[in-house]
Ligand binder design. Structure first.
Ligand code: MG
Ligand code: ZN
Length: 221
């Protein structure tokens, strides 16, 4: 069952998201909201991304989970600051939760803040947190039917990462179908098939992120 958030809840969230966005702009930090189902590999993708980018780009991470600090601890091991938000029984992060975590960081020193949303293919796409863009992570193990079944996630995202491509030979997953269906929902999606396990494809994804951060620096001086 899906309970649609009331319009006033969404507009209250959008007001806080606008405040967050203003703060991010003032401080020149590029913010990405990473969404996926549980187990697609968001935290692993972040570990691999940080390993490749953190030499030249100052990164911080907000981790959203229903319970535990396990993912923030994994990120901290990479040397990047991380704050864990536990949502209790809530299945998404909202703008207020992100705002409450920001005081833990030296925002001005950051180039990129990555918000790892709660694993869920439905409502994270409905709650803006003030991000510059959303990215969607789909793993080959989940099946290639997800773009058509959960179109909002794909519609709202700027990038689609397709993880666990090393598993494709052991599944019925069609990379072409997933890509075609996702692009039919959002023709502007940048699609990055990759495997965090083998490292294949990670360079393209990290290059795309580095380009976005570069553009952000130019825009904001
Ligand atoms: Mg995680
Ligand atoms: Zn939710």
């Amino acid at each position: 069952m899906k309970v649609k958030p009331a319009a006033n809840i969404l507009s209250a969230n959008d007001a806080i998201a606008s405040d967050n966005r203003r703060l991010f702009r003032e401080n020149g930090v590029f913010v990405i909201n990473l969404m996926s189902s549980p187990g697609a590999g968001k935290t692993t993708l972040l570990e691999e991304t940080i390993a490749r980018l953190s030499g030249s780009i100052k990164i911080a991470v907000i981790e959203g989970d229903v319970a535990t600090s396990a993912d923030a601890l994994r990120i901290e091991k990479t040397g990047v600051p991380a704050v864990q938000i536990n949502t209790g029984n809530l299945c998404h992060l909202d703008a207020g939760m992100v705002r409450s975590a920001l005081s833990e960081f030296d925002i001005k020193s950051l180039d990129m803040l990555i918000v790892e949303n709660v694993g869920n293919l439905v409502c994270p796409a409905e709650f803006n947190v003030g991000e510059d863009c959303k990215a969607m992570l789909l793993s080959a193990a989940e099946g290639d039917d997800k773009p058509l079944k959960y179109p909002l996630m794909f519609h709202e995202s700027s990038a689609l990462v397709i993880n666990k491509t090393d598993l494709i030979p052991h599944t019925n997953f069609s990379l072409e179908k997933a890509r075609r269906d996702a692009l039919s929902i959002n023709p502007k999606l940048a699609v990055f098939p990759l495997s965090c396990r083998t490292g294949e494809g990670l360079e393209d994804w990290c290059g795309w992120l580095a380009d976005r951060i570069g553009e952000n620096r130019c825009l904001r001086g």
